[in-house]
Unconditional design. Structure first.
Length: 248
């Protein structure tokens, strides 16, 4: 089974967080706060963190995450950021019976090949700095990670393969390829920052337009950094979303 971290009481409602590319600890501030009331689960998406021994693929990630969700014996709330938010789409469409709701943060579900290729080139060109302990330390400090999490993040930046990073960017997940999304009957929310790229903002709007159960919001002052830049607000948003689910 997929490697995962767990926090909080095992009898509490389950919230599963799906991290962004090569940033397993991006939800650290949510884990600390929300684990007081919920069972918080953070799988290491195949290709990253302690699952870096395999190369990232959408199919592998979807099936392993679904298998993990099923193991809890009750419906799970899904929260994804960036790559994790994109993965929410095929996971929900293929395994909707396992989930009671989802929040997609900064999803990139409307994109063209030129943008994908440009981002892949940027990542490949920046490989040396990505693996730098100094850069990894600065990034993890900005995200509010504790000492042990900063150490792990630096380790993960060294062990991740460029093949997994590029595959996570060129993942082929497009909203237009999942017409079954329109039929999902569960609470859904799509969020991004006002400073994010146009395609991310388009993705958030489209998610709400294509499913009547989905709301959307764009947060002033936020970019591609909501889980740590806007931690208190996101924690409150997730808690309120979960309470609505629990209260029917």
């Amino acid at each position: 089974m997929i490697y995962y971290e767990k926090y909080g009481d095992s009898g509490s409602p389950v919230i599963m967080f799906l991290h962004g590319t090569n940033f397993v600890h991006c939800f650290a501030r949510q884990c600390d706060k929300l684990s007081k009331d919920y069972r918080v689960i953070v799988p290491h998406i195949p290709g990253f963190g302690r699952s870096s021994d395999v190369t990232f693929s959408v199919n592998l990630a979807v099936e392993q995450i679904a298998e993990l969700a099923e193991s809890f014996g009750k419906k799970v709330t899904l929260v994804g950021f960036s790559l994790g938010a994109q993965l929410c789409l095929p996971i929900l469409c293929k395994h909707s019976e396992l989930f009671n709701g989802a929040i997609l943060i900064s999803p990139w579900l409307i994109k063209d090949s030129a943008d994908v290729e440009r981002m892949m080139k940027q990542q490949a060109d920046n490989e040396k700095s990505m693996r730098s302990g100094i850069i990894a330390g600065l990034n993890s400090l900005t995200a509010g990670l504790d000492k042990e999490e900063r150490k792990e993040h630096a380790e993960f930046c060294k062990t991740v393969t460029m093949k997994s990073i590029l595959a996570s960017i060129d993942n082929g997940i497009l909203l237009s390829d999942y017409p079954q999304y329109r039929e999902l009957e569960m609470p859904l929310a799509a969020i991004c920052g006002m400073k994010e790229p146009t395609d991310t903002r388009k993705s958030v709007r489209a998610l709400a337009q294509q499913n009547p159960h989905c709301t959307y919001d764009m947060w002033d002052g936020a970019g591609h950094n909501i889980p740590f830049k806007c931690a208190a607000r996101l924690n409150k948003t997730i808690a309120e979303f979960e309470e609505k689910i629990l209260n029917g």
